[in-house]
Design a protein around this ligand. Structure first.
Ligand code: HEM
Length: 422
């Protein structure tokens, strides 16, 4: 793919949702223009869809160069997360109960939570999960083969990450459907497929949050009395230095896990189908030497897909970034998708190359305390799922263009029809 620079720098408006519906090569072209001509461009904030207009703040800087993303990520005391990392407007207090987990906190509260929940991401825990990843991936492909041509997103990509998180936490299978639909609402960003036109968005988000929190809090209460080796038991039973999560922290951590670990991995797996369909030579090369290439290939998939488009930071005092002045209170959106195409860091950034090394992408965030907690797990999931697919349905391919999520935050594919020879 080659970027098309159809917009002048003054015509680019990242706050206009229509921008995010442009063809990918035109969006890539616009980010190239920003990196070249205005790497710290200022934008007015979009209307906070569904929220009262007073939520709209004074605007934000779009950080589009790789070096500036690293510089901001490395200085969390200067560019903080606690005024909101996942929304452009400041998080309203009533939302913090469900959406105030560590991704939206700074140290020392962030460090405390991260220390406790890291118990779930130790090599021992991950080894345990790995067996489930393999078993579940095999089951998903069994069912795919039985079903035949279908929507790859709903029947394949969406199922593994959700099951893994539920499995890790010990959520019973009968509740998987509820977890799936409520996490879609939370990440939908108002996409009408998930929150019907006319429905009040804040209420829909809070209701979905309350239902997910309630589910895991009931489970936590039970696990306090009846512990098993699942992550919920570890989190509520003071296994880590005598510290444990309280009910509210358990609820918001679960919501963070289902939203952070679910859509992201699902989209990486779905984008891979599109990429392998469009690049048959890359598919053949990977299939011929799957396990040796996988560690490098997965990084290229995450670079290319950039499932999380941005995270926000806010300046805690006057500062500079990339040599430019920033004022206290200024908001920065770190555009990982743009950092991942930066010509200063990547040779031929618009070439999808499963053998790319080095590959210093920022798809899992920049270096700093919030670097993706689930990065190892995500890499395993993508590797195992695609090993199973290329082994058992080697010619699986998409049959129509992806139906993309209307969002500036998540590079999502909602539907992707697929076919394969049985
Ligand atoms: C391809 C898949 C994934 C991508 C692209 C991704 C990307 C990201 C990004 C960009 C961040 C923010 C980094 C920052 O602010 O500096 C993040 C944070 C996080 N991710 Fe992931 N993620 C993925 C999968 C997962 C999975 C599978 C899980 C868990 C099951 C997970 C759990 C988290 C958590 C808990 C945080 C917050 C960490 C903190 O604030 O300390 N992610 N991820």
């Amino acid at each position: 793919m080659q970027p098309k620079q159809t917009l002048t720098v003054d015509e680019i408006n990242l706050s206009d949702i229509e921008f995010w519906t442009l063809p990918p090569e035109e969006r890539e072209g616009a980010f190239k223009t920003l990196r070249d001509e205005r790497p710290l461009a200022f934008f007015d904030e979009p209307e906070p869809e569904g929220f009262p207009p007073e939520f709209r703040g004074g605007g934000y800087y779009a950080v589009t160069r790789h070096a500036d993303i690293l510089e901001a990520s490395r200085q969390p005391e200067l560019f903080c997360s606690s005024r909101g990392a996942t929304s452009i407007f400041d998080t309203p207090p009533e939302f913090l109960e469900f959406f105030g987990s560590m991704i939206n906190l700074d140290d020392p509260r962030h460090a405390r939570l991260r220390r406790i929940v890291s118990a779930g991401f130790t090599p021992r825990m991950l080894k345990q999960v790995e067996d489930s990843v393999q078993r579940l991936a095999a089951e998903i492909v069994d069912e795919l083969i039985e079903r035949g041509d279908c929507d790859f997103v709903t029947e394949v990509a969406a199922r593994l990450p959700l099951k893994i998180i539920c499995d890790m936490m010990g959520v019973p299978e009968s509740d998987y459907g509820l977890v799936f639909s409520r996490s879609n609402v939370i990440l939908s960003m108002g996409d009408p497929e998930y929150i019907p036109e006319g429905q009040d968005i804040p209420t829909a988000l809070l209701t979905a949050g309350a239902e997910l929190a309630g589910l895991v809090q009931d489970l936590g209460a039970y696990r306090r009395e009846h512990p098993t080796d699942d992550l919920t038991s570890a989190l509520v039973n003071a296994s880590v230095d005598g510290d444990q999560l309280d009910q509210a922290e358990l609820g918001s951590f679960f919501i963070l896990l289902v939203v952070a670990g679910n859509e992201t991995t699902r989209n990486a797996v779905s984008h891979t189908l599109q990429l392998l369909t469009e690049h048959p030579e890359q598919r053949a090369m990977w299939a011929a030497d799957y396990d040796r290439l996988a560690p490098v290939a997965v990084e290229e998939i995450v670079r290319w897909a950039s499932p999380v488009i941005w995270m926000r930071r806010t300046a805690t005092r006057d500062a500079t970034l990339g040599g430019r002045s920033i004022k206290e209170g200024d908001k920065l959106l770190l555009f990982y998708n743009s950092g991942n195409r930066d010509e200063a860091v990547f040779d031929d950034p618009f070439t999808f190359d499963l053998r790319r090394t080095p590959n210093d992408h920022v798809g899992f965030g920049g270096p700093g305390p919030h670097f993706c907690l689930g990065a190892h797990l995500a890499r395993r999931e993508i590797t195992v799922m695609w090993r199973e697919l290329l082994h058992r349905v080697p010619d699986i391919r998409m049959t129509a263009e992806p139906d993309r999520l209307r969002s500036s935050f998540i590079n999502g594919i909602k539907h992707l029809p697929c076919t394969f020879s049985r």
